[in-house]
Design a binder for this molecule. Structure first.
Ligand code: NAP
Length: 242
């Protein structure tokens, strides 16, 4: 059984990635933090479309939970290693730096950056032993360009971009690639409050992107054919920034 773990896989971009992984023949582990209904809906839909998988609830930013809950899964599935890891879980807590509270900074950095670390190190060992693996990190335009009101989010995503490039060089000779996709404005719950009509003027493609358009870039990086691409960041932003 080929397994793919998608963190934050229950809604938005992560959900589209889960469906993409299922269509590539992967048994999909749909991780999420709290919304059981959406996670169950995602798994149901995935199975209705001929895929297979399970939900696995844990907070990627809580080291002990990752070690216990993901660790238990790994322990119970010794014959089924996670061949593809998509670090997609992320949140935003926007605000100008001068008014930013500790909580706002810590929750965003903890989810994206520490979450990347806690989850990736758990699945890396098996990939290195098997001499094959695909790690794809969902970062952001904000981590490349920097966006005002998002010092926490830009810092977290920029941190993951640096880690992507460093880890890629550590593990390349063992057949493991590490890449990232950097979405611009994508239609999900995260961008629900934004006015597409107002913002689309500055996007060359003149619209927000769809979760499926991010998922197809992730699918390509997860494929065996992408084996000579590593330490790369692919923009999926309608030409907004490069
Ligand atoms: P979303 O619709 O808000 O969905 C977020 C997903 O992440 C949900 O499944 C959520 O689970 C999960 N999640 C949040 N915190 C978590 C945690 N601590 N542990 C485990 N799961 C957690 O977000 P999205 O728009 O799809 O964004 C997905 C990724 O793309 C994020 O990393 C985001 O930063 C990045 N991104 C998004 C955009 C955009 O325009 N939407 C642009 C650039 C980058 P629950 O439902 O249980 O909370």
């Amino acid at each position: 059984m080929k397994c793919a773990l998608v963190t934050g896989g229950s809604r938005g971009i992560g959900r589209a990635i889960c469906y993409r992984m299922a269509s590539m023949g992967y048994y999909v582990i749909v991780n999420y933090k709290s919304n059981d209904t959406e996670a169950n809906n995602t798994l149901l839909q995935l199975k209705e479309n001929g895929g297979n998988g399970e939900i696995l609830k844990f907070d990627v930013g809580k080291k002990e939970d990752v070690q216990t809950l993901l660790g238990n899964w790994i322990e119970k599935n010794k014959d089924n290693y996670i061949e593809v890891l998509v670090n997609n879980a992320g949140i935003k807590e926007d605000g100008l730096m001068m008014w930013m509270k500790d909580e706002q900074w810590e929750s965003v950095v903890n989810t994206s950056l520490n979450g990347f670390f806690y989850v990736t190190r758990m699945v890396l060992t098996s990939m290195l032993h098997k001499r094959y693996g695909r790690i794809i990190n969902v970062v952001s335009l904000s981590g490349l360009k920097g966006l005002p009101g998002q010092t926490n989010y830009s810092a977290a995503k920029a941190g993951v971009i640096g880690a992507t490039k460093a880890l890629a060089q550590e593990v390349a000779k063992r057949g493991v690639t590490v890449n990232a996709v950097a979405p611009g404005f994508i239609k999900t719950d995260m961008t629900e409050g934004l006015d597409e009509n107002e913002l689309k003027g500055m996007i060359p493609v003149k619209r927000f992107g769809l979760p499926e358009e991010v998922a197809s870039a992730v699918g390509f990086l997860a494929s065996a054919e992408a084996g000579y691409i590593t330490a790369e960041i692919i923009n999926v932003n309608g030409g907004l920034y490069s």
